[in-house]
Design a protein around this ligand. Structure first.
Ligand SMILES: [Zn+2]
Ligand SMILES: [Zn+2]
Length: 176
């Protein structure tokens, strides 16, 4: 995900380059399990300070459900809007002064390469749910026997009947 922006840096403010995005992100982050490439589009826009990146991208990642512990695929779509800053002057090649605490992820290197991968890694990670669920109404696992309740009830249920249902059962029995 590297773009040579030397020509764009010489261009006027507002100049835009449009790219389509098809990237293998299998090795982006050891904690992420992408199931597809990253697809989408990227606009690089010349600003007075650097290059504004606007991207809209989609992929699908494998997650583990926090209730039933099964793997499932989650389609993810996220947008990127981030300004990158050059480290050398495009016309003279001189090093540009940098802030005391520059964000390394948004620096354009001395060869005018803009590398989007760290920002993609950060934004994709932020787009994922903190508590992944295979579906909103996932029933989870029986704490007693471990059976996945999404696949059906287990034999433990009768013995540990919820007290609210016990009242209901009593009423139903009485109406017979
Ligand atoms: Zn689940
Ligand atoms: Zn059970």
């Amino acid at each position: 995900m590297r773009y040579n922006v030397s020509q764009l840096l010489k261009d006027h403010i507002g100049a835009t380059r449009h790219y389509s995005l098809h990237e293998d992100i299998a090795d982006l982050d050891p904690s992420l399990k992408p199931l597809t490439d990253l697809n989408g589009s990227v606009d690089l826009i010349r600003t007075n300070e650097g290059i504004l990146v606007r991207a809209d991208s989609r992929t699908s990642v494998e997650l583990t459900c926090s209730r039933c512990l099964t793997f499932f695929a989650l389609p993810v779509r996220f947008k990127i809007e981030e300004e990158f800053h050059p480290t050398v002057d495009i016309s003279t090649g001189a090093r540009l002064p940098q802030p005391d605490d520059p964000d390394e992820a948004t620096l354009i290197d001395a060869h005018h390469l803009l590398d989007l991968s760290e920002i993609v890694r950060q934004d994709l990670t932020l787009a994922l749910p903190l508590v992944p669920l295979c579906r909103n109404d996932c029933k989870g696992l029986c704490p007693n026997c471990g059976k996945n309740w999404n696949e059906g009830a287990c034999d433990c249920e009768e013995q540990e009947l919820d007290p609210r249902f016990a009242v209901l059962k009593q009423l139903l029995d009485e109406s017979d």
